[in-house]
Design a protein around this ligand. Structure first.
Ligand code: NAP
Length: 507
């Protein structure tokens, strides 16, 4: 079935193919050039998901202008009223959760239980941010002078640019859209080219909920053709980016000359430490879920398992046993735990890393190949390397696939040293029953997220999300910290003394 419908038809998104459009100034429109690109189901490349506008600078500029115009009104809408619209959007997401999840599995491959979680994260974030509409607190504080009142207030930035990756195609756009909206900004979203559909369906829900025209604009297209002009525009006050370090560096450098704000959430090489006193069954369950869920394509995926040598053999055996239970296939089919990776290039990159691991001398104990029995798509077998040295490339570089590395160590001190001996700092975990070891790890692991007796994945929207070192630039998505991203602070002073008072100068 191929249809030309605008706005987009959700049931067709789940099973059919349609020509999708950009959303600019409250209208669904094609790219000005008329160019499109196709997206297919990664589990079955003969299943065409749809065509999408291959937009460029002219589309981006139109979207920025629409956002700029809408800002004049939106910034003055009381934040609790903005929140009411967002609560409506949250309820629509709940109503359509199953269909949205199924469309997302088809679009990017992860199994439907996980895409339901992706939609749920968007629901949680929209409700959380909507509630902040009644809480965008500032401070009042005593003045150092008499008859003077001091307070701080938050103010929106203006037009913000949101550039998002494909692995959480609804959750991550929502992490940016929802706080940006509640703070009174208007925006242009450039979704990943592998997953524009989920963003389109999300934006359509905000439209239906009553977000006024021009407040949210969505422009599909490649990073270089659509992302670059968005970053370069002087009308865009902030670029909020999530993606790879390579592209994050380009974003940072592009926005630096005119000091425009940039938030960067980038790659990870996350470690799970298993101590000898841990509940090993629980730890291994966490490792297998953390390493192979979403086919390892999570920024927080467990790509290193740092195990105390005393339990190394046992942990290895338990992981291998558990891996045998994993079923690869189309994520909408019953009983499937692992879907395909997102596209052919991603599959080839993962297979190359597997060859690198073998050449480096690591012992490959399971997996190692493309899986052709799971379907015609881009399936990679869950792969376990053992006796990996911390300096090997497979222990240092982000593979972004279902590959993990067992690294044996002697005790907590070495475990923490190895965990920290990388350029990234997103997520870490430790399994231990010893409270002293747990708190030492919480203090010393260099990562934005640390879990005790839980896997490296499992963020919650009301806590800050992001990383140290090359994972980020000091900002955080989600939590209260997201409000700081999307606001400027203003310190306000009201002098009611009827005289000139000079701070720090008058006695
Ligand atoms: P990516 O290749 O860096 O792309 C991210 C976004 O940037 C996409 O929308 C992409 O557009 C766009 N882009 C690419 N080149 C650009 C350019 N020159 N100018 C402007 N925009 C450009 O990352 P990805 O493959 O989508 O996502 C995987 C990466 O994201 C991994 O490294 C993962 O760790 C990271 N990630 C981090 C977090 C976190 O919170 N720390 C969360 C999720 C994912 P196209 O799609 O058109 O190329």
């Amino acid at each position: 079935m191929t249809t030309q419908t605008a706005p987009q038809n959700l049931s067709c998104a789940v099973t059919g193919s349609q020509d999708y459009l950009n959303y600019i100034g409250g209208k669904w429109v094609p790219a000005k050039s008329g160019k499109t690109f196709k997206n297919v189901n990664p589990a079955d490349p003969s299943d065409m998901v749809g065509t999408f506008p291959a937009s460029g600078e002219a589309d981006i500029q139109e979207a920025i202008l629409a956002a700029k115009k809408a800002f004049e009104q939106w910034r003055l809408v009381p934040a609790p009223k903005r929140g009411e619209i967002m609560f409506k959007a949250g309820n629509l997401l709940i109503e359509r959760k199953e269909e949205l999840a199924r469309a997302m599995t088809r679009e990017m491959g992860k199994v439907v239980a996980e895409t339901r979680g992706d939609v749920q994260e968007a629901i949680d974030m929209v409700f959380y941010a909507a509630g902040e509409g009644r809480r965008l607190f500032g401070e009042t504080t005593p003045s150092e002078l008499v008859n003077k009142f001091c307070m701080t207030v938050r103010q929106p930035l203006g037009v913000v640019g949101l550039i998002t990756p494909w692995n959480f195609p609804m959750a991550i756009p929502s992490w940016k859209i929802a706080p940006a909206l509640i703070c009174g900004n208007t925006m242009v979203l450039k979704p990943a080219s592998d997953t524009p559909l989920s963003s389109i369906l999300l934006v359509q829900i905000f439209e239906e909920a009553g977000v006024p025209p021009g407040v949210i604009n969505l422009v599909c297209g490649s990073g270089s053709e659509a992302g670059m002009p968005l970053m370069k525009s002087e009308n865009v006050k902030l670029i909020s980016f999530t993606g790879s370090c390579e592209v994050g560096r380009i974003v940072n450098e592009t926005c630096a000359p005119d000091f425009r704000h940039v938030t960067l959430e980038m790659g990870g090489k996350n470690a799970c430490i298993i101590m000898d006193d841990a509940n090993l069954e629980l730890a291994v369950e966490g490792v297998v879920w953390g390493a192979f869920g979403t086919s390892g394509q999570r920024c927080t995926a467990t790509s290193r398992v740092i195990v105390d040598r005393k339990v190394h053999a046992k942990v290895r055996e338990l992981i291998l046993t558990k891996m045998k239970t994993l079923k690869l296939g189309y994520g909408l089919n019953d009983g499937v735990n692992i879907g395909p990776v997102v596209n052919e290039a991603a599959m080839n990159k993962i297979l190359e890393y597997i060859e690198i691991g073998k050449a480096e001398g690591a012992d490959m104990l399971a997996g190692g190949s493309r899986e052709t029995t799971a379907g015609s798509g881009w399936f990679v077998q869950p792969t376990l390397f053992d006796n990996v040295k911390s300096t090997m490339r497979i222990a240092q570089e982000e593979i972004f696939g279902p590959v993990t590395a067992l690294i044996p160590v002697d005790g907590l001190k070495e475990a923490i040293q190895v965990a920290n001996a990388i350029d990234f700092g997103l997520s870490t975990a430790i399994y231990t029953k010893d409270v002293n070891q747990a708190f030492t790890a919480l203090r010393d692991l260099e990562s934005g997220l640390t879990y005790v007796n839980a896997p490296t994945i499992g963020a919650e929207v009301h806590l800050p999300f992001g990383g140290m070192k090359n994972t980020g630039n000091g900002h955080r998505d989600a939590g209260q910290t997201a409000l700081d991203t999307f606001c400027e602070w203003k310190s306000c002073f009201v002098d009611y003394s009827d005289s000139l008072q000079k701070a720090q100068i008058d006695d």
